[in-house]
Ligand binder design. Structure first.
Ligand code: NDP
Ligand code: 2IT
Length: 442
């Protein structure tokens, strides 16, 4: 058995019942083979055994009180996966589907993504199976305070810096930051995605979506094409989806779909983002309401956005939301490019379909790294006790995404084949972390 197969078997045996984690590990192990098998330094230093085992896995009870005065309990997680190149960094997810496998896959992906940004941040992820949907403002606040009461023991501006993810936006970060400050008596950059009145960075809200479109544009440009004039299908209608749609529109593309976990909308005239923002950011409502308000739109509560003919597909909702059948439909409809805004939104089989059909495909690690990159810029501003302008941060984001595209494309060319951005991103992300781990001997 080769070194890679040996490690794969050991990881699978030690992490039984964690399909999402194994999916993420398998993809990385399969694609870094040309690097790992070219030099026995990786095996001698047990780099693969070390990189697949989290530094620390924290699980804790989160008690909170509902509006009827009843005590409720959820499970909290923080996986501190790897701090070879910087403090642990990664979001917190609040969704009923959250379990150890999902948080570990997200933490594992984050190691390589954060490495690709070129900034000094390690990989971590956390969250809870708490469902924020339908909860009152007071219930959300109580949960966030209780969650942070335990989490505060494990994090710090130079140790581990959480941020938002599904179900965690500015409101939740605010409540968590307030509780951290109260417990520690420290005003430090321990969380990112903070409000602008207390240490947040301009352009962090937009960063993931904007970054996704910047790198998709880089990928199209390398094939002598661009977003302008393209029809774009987007899934999701949260933070990433909304700001990806905004940037597509600025660059002259037409966004025709968005979705949430109940259904999806198709607007052949192009989505009116002001309406989506009012429904989602202000009223915290359902995407169905869009079709009630905009006459040209249709609402569907079955099927997926991927059945709509498009040139560019940007999955921005959740893991494994785009499967093999969806990929075949997109290919049949002549999709040119796919950029992953969500983490691991395409199944392994779907990626294979895209690559076999020569669809330009930018994997999540590279494509959605703009969010965490601007989080790292927020950390820099907090340390400097300065606040940069929107254009300064957006300009840096653009440069970082171009840097990620270039190193991904270069690694693809060197170790696999041109435009194999899946291999390119995994290899470029891996090399920096592996070198740091070998140098440190831990
Ligand atoms: P939000 O909570 O703002 O939005 C999530 C969106 O996805 C909502 O429209 C939600 O619908 C939908 N969704 C979530 N879970 C499911 C599901 N199981 N099935 C169908 N739809 C679902 O989260 P974000 O926009 O922040 O995150 C979206 C994706 O982007 C996630 O994969 C996240 O990990 C990734 N990401 C986020 C970054 C960030 O900076 N925020 C950075 C990098 C990646 P509903 O309202 O019905 O739940
Ligand atoms: O998946 C991700 O990269 C995020 N949710 C953002 C993490 C961060 O620290 O900004």
């Amino acid at each position: 058995m080769s070194y890679i197969e040996e490690v794969r078997a050991a990881v699978a045996a030690r992490n039984a019942g964690q399909p999402e984690f194994m999916q993420a590990v398998d993809e990385v192990l399969n694609t870094i083979r040309p690097v790992v098998e070219s030099d026995d330094v990786y095996k001698r230093n047990a780099v693969l055994e070390r990189i697949t085992e989290p530094d620390r896995q924290i699980m804790f009870r989160v008690p909170w009180t509902d509006d009827n005065g009843n005590m409720r309990v959820n499970r909290g997680y923080r996986i501190q996966f790897n701090n070879a190149i910087g403090p642990y960094k990664g979001g917190l997810r609040l969704h009923p589907s959250v379990n150890l496998s999902i948080i570990k896959f997200l933490g594992f992906e984050q190691i390589f993504k954060n490495s690709l940004t070129g900034l000094p941040i390690g990989g971590g992820k956390g969250g809870s199976d708490f469902d924020p949907k339908g909860k009152s403002e007071r219930e959300i606040r109580d949960f966030c305070h209780s969650f942070m009461t335990e989490l505060s023991r494990h994090i710090g501006a130079d140790t581990d810096v959480p941020a938002g993810d599904i179900g965690v936006g500015g409101r939740e970060i605010g409540y968590m930051y307030g509780q951290y400050k109260r417990i520690k008596n420290l005003y430090e950059g321990v969380l990112t995605g903070k409000g602008l009145t207390y240490g947040g960075s301009l352009a962090r809200t937009e960063a993931t979506g904007y970054g996704l479109v910047y790198i998709t544009e880089n990928m199209l440009a390398a094939a002598n094409d661009g977003i302008k004039g393209k029809t774009v299908a987007i899934s999701g209608s949260g933070n990433v989806a909304i700001y990806a749609a905004q940037k597509v529109q600025t660059l002259g593309g037409k966004v025709v779909t968005m979705s949430d976990s109940n259904g999806w909308i198709y607007d052949p005239n192009g989505i009116d983002l002001a309406v989506v923002k009012d429904i989602k950011e202000v009223k915290r409502g359902r995407i169905k309401e869009y079709a009630d308000r905009v006459k040209s739109a249709e609402y569907h509560d079955s099927g997926k956005v991927w059945q709509v003919k498009c040139d560019v597909a940007l999955p921005c909702a959740t893991q494994n939301e785009l499967d093999e059948n969806d990929a075949h439909t997109l290919v049949k409809n002549k999709v040119k490019a796919v950029g992953e805004g969500a983490n691991m939104p395409s199944t392994t089989e779907a990626i294979n379909v895209f690559q076999a059909a020569n669809v330009l495909f930018m994997p999540a690690k590279a494509a959605n790294a703009g969010g965490v990159a601007v989080s790292a810029l927020e950390m820099s501003q907090n340390s400097q006790r300065l606040a940069w302008t929107f254009d300064e941060v957006d300009g840096k984001l653009k440069g970082i995404m171009k840097g990620i595209f270039d190193k991904t494309a270069e690694a693809a060319k060197l170790y696999s084949k041109p435009a194999d951005y899946v291999s390119g991103a995994n290899i470029a992300g891996f090399l920096k972390v592996a070198q740091a781990m070998i140098a440190q001997g831990v």
